[in-house]
Design a protein around this ligand. Structure first.
Ligand code: NAD
Ligand code: IPM
Ligand code: MN
Length: 357
């Protein structure tokens, strides 16, 4: 097979632990399916601040730009939490998304039947839940002007939220396109009763709907959506929303699957290039203990295969292996009902690797 270049930026906390398991999966697919990967590792996040004085060193960005896809772990941790914005790991994450033009963040939340007991919700509420959050990733309040100023009431902080029609249209189009490949239902989430950016969002989505008459479009306010996600999760299919709403709703949706350790993601731009990472963070509370769940990162590799490389049967083999291992009752602590029987990160990775064929 053609050699595919993958930039690997493991980051901080549990990032390196879960990425190590995903790398084992890549290696296994080389052996089983004859795929060929060239991995190049780069420093990123807190560890890059410590070693290079910046969360996103130029050489790391170049490794990513030269690659066909990026595999990312997670960044951040208490060590850097009081740093100024420029020296925060999270700033590096926003920087890489922006620099690579990755405006579209796909976050599937699929409920594995055997994990219904791992969720905090009642099993019957979860029946048939299989949704995708399509999150705008390079605009909104994350990227608007931010500053502080002194006033007679003390220091004032300002974050601005900006969206233009082009930004809204391209992410809404993604939502419609993905809905067309599924059940043709799209929920557009906004706060159009309060925010001007949301009113422009809704107008733009309504206009674009004319190009997708087969899609059943629902507009839903973000507060109501947060509630309905817990009340009737299976009624959602594709959810398209702006940057910060998508961040919050996807963590909420994670609990439908049992754990944030299950949620994979793809960040895409105009072409096939993509960055793949778990939705969770660096989990400083469990880092270094070898107990984190590597499945979100492993499933992100499956997304990479499907969306960037077009390796469909290999992507299915990874997903099938995950399902088989879960069906056999193996659990990391976050998804275990009986925590005393939980297995560790590498044991889970090994079982999944062995099940890929
Ligand atoms: P988090 O997602 O790191 O952790 C939230 C909770 O979920 C913790 O209790 C953690 O132990 C648990 N958890 C997360 N992933 C898990 C896994 N794979 N297996 C088992 N349990 C898991 O969120 P947080 O605690 O709010 O943030 C911690 C740090 O991570 C912060 O510095 C934050 O900025 C950063 N962060 C980074 C990313 C990213 O790199 N994409 C995403 C979110 C948060
Ligand atoms: C995520 C994270 C990031 C975000 C942070 C770490 C900047 O929470 O990828 O969901 O808010 O986008
Ligand atoms: Mn998040």
């Amino acid at each position: 097979a053609e050699v595919k270049k993958i930039a690997v930026i493991a980051g901080d906390g549990i990032g390196p632990e879960v990425v190590a398991e995903a790398e084992k999966v890549l290696k296994r697919t080389e052996e089983v399916f004859g795929l060929r990967f060239e991995l190049e590792h780069g420093l990123f996040g807190g560890i890059a601040i410590d070693q290079k004085g910046t969360p996103l060193p130029q050489e790391t960005l170049e490794i990513c730009q030269k690659a066909d896809a990026v595999l990312l772990g997670a960044v951040g941790g208490p060590k850097w939490d009081n740093n100024s914005a420029a020296l925060r790991p999270e700033t590096g994450l926003l920087g890489i998304r922006k620099a690579l033009g990755l405006f579209s963040n796909i976050r599937p939340a699929t409920v594995f039947d055997c994990l219904k007991d791992a969720s905090t919700l009642k099993p019957e509420v979860l029946d048939g839940t299989d949704l995708i959050v399509v999150r705008e990733l390079t605009g909104g309040i994350y990227f608007g002007e931010k500053f502080r100023r002194e006033t007679e009431n003390g220091t004032e902080a300002v974050d601005t939220c900006v969206y233009n029609v082009k930004e809204i249209e391209r992410i809404a189009r993604q939502g419609f396109e993905i809905a067309m490949t599924r059940s043709k239902r799209l929920a557009s989430v906004d706060k159009a009763n309060v925010l001007e950016t949301s009113r422009l969002w809704r107008e733009t989505v309504i206009k674009l709907h004319a190009e997708y008459p087969e899609v059943e479009l629902e507009h839903i306010l973000v507060d109501n959506c947060a509630m309905q996600l817990l009340r009737r999760p299976s009624s959602f299919d594709v959810i398209v929303t702006e940057n910060m709403f998508g961040d919050i709703l996807s963590d909420e949706a994670a609990m439908l699957t049992g754990s944030i350790g299950m949620l994979s993601s793809a960040s895409l731009g105009e072409g096939a290039f993509g960055l793949y990472e778990p939705v969770h963070g660096s989990a400083p509370d469990i880092a270094g203990q070898g107990i984190s769940n590597p499945i979100a990162t492993i499933l992100s590799v499956a997304l990479m295969f499907r969306l960037t490389f077009g390796y469909h049967k290999e992507a299915e083999a990874i997903e099938r292996a995950v399902k088989e291992v879960l069906d056999a009752g193996h659990r990391t602590g976050d998804i275990a009902v009986d925590k005393s029987k939980a297995i560790g990160t590498t044991a889970m990775g090994d079982l999944i690797v062995a099940a890929i064929r």
